[in-house]
Design a binder for this molecule. Structure first.
Ligand SMILES: Cc1cc2nc3c(=O)[nH]c(=O)nc-3n(C[C@H](O)[C@H](O)[C@H](O)COP(=O)(O)OP(=O)(O)OC[C@H]3O[C@@H](n4cnc5c(N)ncnc54)[C@H](O)[C@@H]3O)c2cc1C
Length: 426
């Protein structure tokens, strides 16, 4: 193994969950790193987000575990129900489905707290407006230029760095679906006997129907209530976490839904309208200079039904940090190129899982009489294979083989794309 790279200048762009995970991972491998984040201050943004054991295993090594578990929903099982009457079609352990479901803002607060505790500086209000991939360097909106040996761009779904890597603007495609979503203090729902059961104790339920599904879960021991209604939508594509939704539209969609959950949804005062956009997999996660590496949603965004966006970003952070350590100080190119090759196939499968389960839910009951029993396995989430994985152990195991292949590609000046032809999926 090469000597640790104390002297390697390292910048992370974005202090979301992916950027924070990268900061923790780099710190754990002995690197000093600084983070540049666009916003001045973070709020408690988003709603429910799953963190799987595959991520928690790594986060524990970086000193963050118990507090995350405390945030997560405590129910043992989740139920998959029939749209029109709530009949339970399948039940499965929550840990096989999404792992620990908690509020994204609460998880984020803990990630940020740990990064600060480790002494990693986060420069808030630092909007990166340009990159020079060869230096490499970045320019902030105030004109400051910062140089590094490697830049890790965890700058989210609308990543500027992705354009540098690809050389063109990668526009979002409509997935054909949108979500209405709401998150609120749910105590008042306990007063309605019709929907009380969904707030009285921690629970996760999913109602599936024709081209529609509704996910409901509680957080903070039933004090907070979240529903997410995914429905067909071919409207204009706008990716935003802040677009207000129309509750009248929601009421139209749920008018034939199980009256118990419909009662809870109807009482909701306001919701967000979130278009589920889709991006094709990209053939490279690393700039031509090999010195800017994408991480998280900037290179592998997930559909919400995958429940793995943050967990896969955490795995990517662990793998990139370990590759940089194994490659040695003079070998950033080897590290970044091995990183993308080690990660691509697994991430792609995790992304496809989200499409698969959505399609199975939306089609399971089509053209079926109410009295026909369906096979519960047909509607269960199939995420459990993702959880036992140890991203660091896998990197150590495959390093030699993949680094030999990449060394040859670098020598030949012929880096192979992550896939050839048209990728599987939407
Ligand atoms: C507001 C918001 C709400 C979300 N809510 C949910 C949810 O409820 N459930 C769920 O499963 N997932 C949600 N997600 C997505 C989820 O957080 C991600 O899939 C996952 O955590 C991986 O995130 P990431 O760090 O790669 O990207 P992000 O979480 O998007 O973080 C990217 C960070 O980079 C910063 N950034 C972007 N551009 C620049 C720039 N030019 N210069 C400097 N900084 C920059 C952003 O401000 C942001 O902090 C949400 C994301 C956002 C942004």
């Amino acid at each position: 193994m090469s000597e640790p790279l104390k002297g390697l200048g390292m910048i992370i762009v974005g202090a979301g969950l992916g950027g924070c995970a990268a900061a923790m991972a780099m710190n754990a491998q002995g690197f000093s790193v600084s983070v540049f984040e666009k916003v001045n201050k973070f709020g408690r943004l988003g709603d429910s987000l799953g963190l799987g054991e595959n991520a928690l295993r790594l986060l524990q090594r970086w000193g963050l575990h118990d507090r995350l578990i405390e945030i997560g929903n405590k129910s043992e099982f989740m139920q998959i129900r029939r749209w029109q009457d709530g009949k339970i079609l399948a039940q499965q352990p929550l840990m096989d489905m999404a792992g620990y479901i908690g509020h994204r803002g609460d998880y984020h607060e803990e990630f940020l707290r740990r990064v600060k505790e480790l002494g990693v500086p986060i420069h808030m209000g630092s909007n990166v407006v340009a990159y020079d991939e060869n230096e490499p360097s970045l320019t902030l909106s105030n004109g400051e230029v910062h140089k590094a040996d490697i830049i890790i761009a965890a700058d989210g779904i609308k990543s500027l760095a992705r354009e540098i890597v690809l050389g063109y603007e990668d526009k979002p495609k409509s997935s054909g679906y949108a979500c209405f979503r709401a998150y609120f203090k749910g105590a008042y729902l306990k007063e309605d006997p019709l929907c009380r059961e969904f707030v009285e104790k921690e629970c996760v339920n999913i109602w599936i129907g024709n081209d529609v599904h509704l996910v409901q879960n509680t957080l903070r021991d039933g004090d907070e209530f979240n529903w997410i209604l995914t429905h067909k939508d071919t409207g204009d594509i706008k990716e935003s976490w802040f677009q207000p939704g129309d509750m009248n539209e929601v009421r139209k969609i749920i008018k034939d839904c199980d009256p118990r959950i419909a009662a809870a949804v109807e009482k909701t005062k306001e919701c967000l309208d979130w278009k589920i956009c889709y991006r094709d997999p990209i053939p490279s996660w690393v700039s031509r200079s090999h010195k800017i590496a994408l991480l998280g949603d900037s290179c592998h965004p997930h559909l919400p039904t995958s429940a793995q966006g943050a967990s896969q970003a955490t795995e990517s952070a662990a793998v990139l940090a370990l590759c940089l350590k194994l490659a040695g100080k003079e070998n950033v190119a080897l590290a970044t190129r091995v990183y993308e090759k080690l990660r691509f196939a697994r991430v792609r499968q995790s992304q496809l899982n989200g499409e698969d389960v959505r399609d199975r839910w939306h089609n399971a009951l089509k053209n079926l009489d109410d009295n026909i029993e369906i096979n519960p396995e047909d509607v269960k989430m199939r995420n459990s294979w993702l959880y036992p994985f140890d991203a660091e152990a896998d990197t150590l195991q495959r390093w030699q083989e993949v680094s030999a292949q990449v060394s040859k590609e670098l020598q030949d000046g012929n880096i192979q794309p992550l896939f050839s032809g048209v990728p599987q999926g939407l």
